[in-house]
Design a protein around this ligand. Sequence first.
Ligand code: C2O
Ligand code: CU
Length: 488
Amino acid sequence: MATRRSVLGAGIAVASTSVTGAALLPLIAARGAEAADTPAPTTSTTAPAVELFKVPMPLIPVARPVSTVGGVDTYESTTRKITKEILPGIRTELLTYDGLFPGATIRARRNRPVVLVQHNGLDVPISRHLHGASVAHDSDGGPMDTIAPGDTRVYHYPNKQPHASLWYHDHAHHVESENVYRGLHGSYLLGDTTEDALPLPRGRYDVLIALRDVDFDASGELLYAMGDRNRNTLLVNGATYPYFEVAARKYRLRFANTSNMRFFELRLADGGDLIQIGSDGGLLPSPHTTKSVYLSSGERADVVIDFSRYPVGTQLVLHNTAGRGPVEQVGQVMRFDVTRTADDPSSVPSVLRTLAPLPEPTNSRTVVLRMDEDGRPDAQAYMDDKVYDPERVDAVIRHGASEVWTVTNANTKAAHNFHMHLVQFRVLERGGAAAGPAESGLKDTVVLQPGETVRLQATFDTYAGEFVYHCHMLDHSAMGMMATMKIG
Ligand code: C2O
Ligand code: CU
């Protein structure tokens, strides 16, 4: 059998006959901070070879409600174990929602509630969290609100918040990291009339692209080990390094980083423009033209690419210039193949939405994220020097408060990020400077490079009760980097 290196080399050679010929990234570890994660068990180095750009990118199916009575859409879902061909000729065991990897996309509408009936057909506890959503405590799918094997739970999603690119994933305490890694994740796109009124690409030109990584063992099964540094095979909508045939026109691509740990910095091989129009909590106030889009674990970005600038026949690789791993495995993500022309009535307006002005803050607090990074085998991860304890309340917040949180990554090598349940917040400052355009919208997850500090403002005027905040590198939250806020 060909070695992985030789096969990947061939993949790159093919690509280099196209627009991508230009320099094949020096770049990994340019931001190499997250390279220093601890601990670092050694797992597979013998994963089966994967050829680049051999399979079409799957389109993730949209879930259908089982009923739509009285303006409420009810969905039913069952988690189950399946095997699926990801590597050619090999069936890999996965944990899924309804046999789909990733899970089906729920398309919801603002002010139209969703009821989700979740059955657990697995032999491990689960908890289904709707990431980025404003929901009551008992529908949040928090770490302790688990569904035992064979049980069922009903979640209520009121969808009162503005449009947003939400996603769902497992959150069962201590097993969320492995459950999500093994396949329990999917998207939930909440639309509204603000978004509808814009002439953005829609329908088949509005495409979800869920990115993640995986570590296959020699037989093609998923290896899971906490802090594994060998999750170096990239999946796009569940397929390895696919190609996506596009028309020479604008597309709205909704990128979601569903990796446990990996960060991406996406760039077109020719250095062409990406127009970022949205982030976690929906559209940015105005479009941001950029050469790269950075996504830490759990973050989302809506990007318009205008393929009309490329002649039909162009093959354009999407590069990744962040994160650890061998460049030949993690430096290329997928390829866009421009195969046809098409009409394009879409456009990107210079104003996308108006965000409400920030209220006067009523309180401020600091949060420090840190983990043991000295390589000790029993490394733990902390929020304000404490390991997560579900019995403890770490932050008491008055209902209605608008708070400024100064969040610092106290590690010198390990990167983290910061996610709050319940709220979409605004990023005020990063490293003492005003937040950049990519963070000008509503956010629920922000990256924190080693030593970095971010100031954000969140307003707690919806649901009362207990919700968690944590690092969304799920191996870290499972190691303790999580805490509880109590609003009331
Ligand atoms: Cu995406 Cu607490 O989660
Ligand atoms: Cu972390």
